[in-house]
Design a protein around this ligand. Structure first.
Ligand SMILES: NC(=O)c1ccc[n+]([C@@H]2O[C@H](COP(=O)([O-])OP(=O)(O)OC[C@H]3O[C@@H](n4cnc5c(N)ncnc54)[C@H](OP(=O)(O)O)[C@@H]3O)[C@@H](O)[C@H]2O)c1
Length: 232
């Protein structure tokens, strides 16, 4: 009996991650979510974990050894933290928390999951428009989202010949809790910053993640999914 392909995704309890999990369930994947709270769907296997904690690596190793077999895997590094912080005002403890979730956790997951990936597997990083540009008041997030592009590109080179492909999807303003918490009530005013005059839906980003995962020709690539940002 053949083993189903597996989606391992971080942060699928809500937002872009949840819509991506639903999409892959529809494709017949077994879906495993890693986040602090569970995804609200019976067919998603939830592994509850705080990826900022020092014991996260030991927990991930134990989860992988118990739950994975060598098969086609799509690993999506989606969970992230966005703080309102600045270069001059960020203490090292909160800076480390952001890097632990946004950069170190993807590295740990890669280390432990790549050995279980057969050919046709993929690693999809979720970056941001802020992976390639900077604004004020999002210092640690911008540092981490730039780093993710470097990790994706280095992965592509180191995985040459394995049949595993990788890419970084960079969403623009997408209607999720993260965006609403960051900008507050002014979220709708962000619509004018897209050439389509609207905010992106999480399903549109999920569709883009699916496209990147299913097409190995997209390898080592950065894909911006932002409806065309209006440049000032
Ligand atoms: N929304 C946007 O406008 C936008 C724009 C550009 C890029 N992005 C990127 O898109 C990705 C998804 O963001 P989103 O907008 O969908 O955010 P979201 O709705 O706030 O979801 C964030 C997810 O990360 C998980 N998470 C947060 N802290 C965690 C921790 N310590 N340990 C484990 N899981 C944790 C959350 O689950 P729990 O709370 O259950 O742990 C949640 O499932 C992120 O990489 C983000 O940077 C979003």
């Amino acid at each position: 009996m053949s083993i189903s392909p597996i989606l391992v995704i971080t942060g699928a309890s809500k937002g872009i991650g949840f819509k991506t999990a639903l999409k892959f369930l529809g494709l017949g994947y077994r879906v495993i979510n890693l986040s602090r709270t569970p995804a609200p769907h019976d067919d998603i296997e939830n592994y509850q974990i705080d990826l900022t904690q020092p014991d996260a690596e030991a927990e991930i190793k134990s989860f992988v050894d118990t739950h994975l077999k060598k098969t086609k895997i799509c690993l999506v590094h989606n969970a992230a933290m966005l703080l309102n912080d600045t270069a001059q005002g960020t203490d090292s403890a909160s800076f480390k928390d952001v890097l632990n979730l946004n950069v170190v956790a993807p590295h740990i997951l890669n280390q432990h999951i790549i050995p279980f990936m057969s050919e046709d597997s993929s690693i999809i990083y979720i970056g941001s428009t802020l992976s390639e540009k900077a604004v004020s008041n999002a210092y640690s997030y911008i540092v981490s989202k730039h780093a993710i592009i470097g990790m994706m590109k280095a992965c592509c080179q180191d995985l040459a010949g394995t049949g595993i492909h990788t890419s970084c999807i960079c969403p623009g303003f997408t209607d999720t809790e993260m965006l609403r918490q960051h900008v507050g009530e002014s979220v709708d005013s962000l619509a004018k910053l897209s050439t389509f005059g609207r905010i992106i839906s999480p399903s549109e980003i999920a569709n883009t993640i699916e496209f990147a995962a299913l097409n190995p020709v997209i390898n080592g690539a950065v894909l911006h999914a932002n409806l065309g940002q209006v440049e000032s």
